[in-house]
Design a protein around this ligand. Structure first.
Ligand code: G4P
Length: 288
C-alpha cells in the first residue's frame, strides 16, 4: 500500500503565496538533501512561475556528499535557478544566502530597491532552525529585536535584504509512490500516516541496492545474492535482540530501529534518490 497523506487543504497558503509573490525577487525553497525531489512541493513551482529560485539542500550533513553534488549540478543547470547546500551546524549561512540571491537578481539591492526573498519548505525540512540561526546572528550583532516583525514575518538579513517566511503550511504533496516512502523515512510526514514496517522494507530494498556496505557494517549481517528485504529486516531484528516469545522477531521494533538509524545517519550519510531516479519515477507514471 502506498503512503496516503492528506494533511489538509492548502487553499490559504496558496492564496497568500500568490498574493505575496508579486513583490518577491527570489524564492528560496528549502529541500531535504536526502530526498530533494520528494521534499519539493510541486505547487510552489506553479505559484512562483518564472521567479528566480534558490534551492537550499538542507541537512546536507546527513546526506551522501557525492549525490548532493549531483543534485546541485542538476539544479544549477536549470534556468534562473541556483542551488547551495546547508546544515544546521553552520553558524553564518546568511552570507551565502545573500550572495546567491544577488546572483539571481543582480538588479536588486540598495536602499531604494531592497532584495525581497520568500523562504518556503515542507514541515521538518529545517526552516525554523535556519531562520533561528539567521535571526540569532543578526540580533547578536545588532543587539536589537532581531529585525523581525512577527506580524509580517519579515526578517531583515541586511539593511537592503528582507526575508519573508511562507504564509501558511506548505505540506508535502506526494505524487509518486516512492516519494511517499522517502518522506516517511525522513520524518517529514505524520507517524499515523504510515506503517513503520512497510517504510523500513522500502528503505532496506533501496539500501541493499545502493548502500550495501552501510547495512553490513552497521548490522553485521551478510547480504547473500537474492536476499529479500523481509529476510533482511528479520535478520536485523534478531541481531538487535528484537525477539518475541518462541524466537519470533518483533518486526515492528526492527523497523523502528532501521528508520531511526537512517534518520540519525547512524547508518551513514545516505541519499534516497538521484535526479535521474526521481525523474524516472515521474515518467514511469507511478503517479498516485
Ligand atoms: P521546520 O521548521 O522546517 O519544520 O523544521 P525544524 O527547523 O523544526 O527542524 C526539524 C528537525 O530537523 C529538527 O530536529 C532540527 O534540529 C533538524 N534539523 C534542521 N536542520 C538540520 C540540519 O541541517 N542538519 C541536521 N542534522 N538536522 C537538522 P528535531 O529532532 O525535530 O528536533 P531537535 O532534536 O533539534 O530538538
Amino acid at each position: 500500500m502506498a503512503i496516503q497523506w492528506f494533511p489538509g487543504h492548502m487553499h490559504l497558503t496558496k492564496k497568500t503565496i500568490s498574493e505575496r509573490i508579486k513583490e518577491i525577487d527570489v524564492v528560496i525553497e528549502l529541500l531535504d538533501a536526502r530526498l530533494p525531489g520528494s521534499s519539493a512541493n510541486p505547487m510552489l513551482a506553479e505559484l512562483t512561475g518564472s521567479k528566480p529560485a534558490l534551492k537550499v539542500l538542507n541537512k546536507q550533513d546527513l546526506a551522501d556528499p557525492a549525490r548532493t553534488a549531483v543534485w546541485l549540478e542538476h539544479y544549477n543547470a536549470l534556468p534562473a535557478t541556483r542551488a547551495i547546500e546547508l546544515d544546521a551546524s553552520e553558524t553564518a549561512p546568511a552570507r551565502r544566502l545573500i550572495k546567491a540571491c544577488h546572483e539571481l537578481a543582480p538588479l536588486r539591492g540598495g536602499m531604494t530597491k531592497p532584495m525581497r526573498v520568500l523562504i518556503c519548505g515542507i514541515p521538518n525540512v529545517g526552516k525554523s532552525t535556519l531562520i533561528n540561526t539567521l535571526i540569532g546572528k543578526r540580533s547578536a550583532k545588532t543587539g536589537d529585536e532581531a529585525g523581525v516583525t512577527k506580524a509580517e514575518q519579515r526578517i531583515s538579513l541586511a539593511d537592503d535584504f528582507y526575508l519573508y517566511d511562507t504564509p501558511g503550511m506548505l505540506w508535502p504533496r506526494i505524487i509518486v509512490a516512492k516519494s511517499g516512502y522517502n518522506l516517511a523515512a525522513s520524518g517529514a510526514i505524520g507517524r499515523n500516516a504510515f506503517e513503520e514496517e512497510e517504510v523500513a522494507l522500502e528503505l532496506l530494498d533501496y539500501l541493499i541496492k545502493n548502500y550495501p556496505e552501510a547495512i553490513t557494517s552497521r548490522y553485521k549481517v551478510e547480504l547473500p545474492p537474492g536476499i529479500t528485504d523481509e529476510q533482511l529486516l528479520e535478520e536485523i531484528g534478531r541481531k538487535r535482540g528484537a525477539v518475541l516469545t518462541k524466537g519470533r522477531v518483533n518486526l515492528q521494533k526492527a523497523a523502528e530501529i532501521v528508520i531511526y538509524e537512517f534518520r540519525a545517519a547512524t547508518l551513514g550519510r545516505i541519499t534516497l534518490e538521484t535526479p535521474a531516479e526521481f525523474a524516472k519515477g515521474l515518467a514511469e507514471g507511478q503517479v498516485l
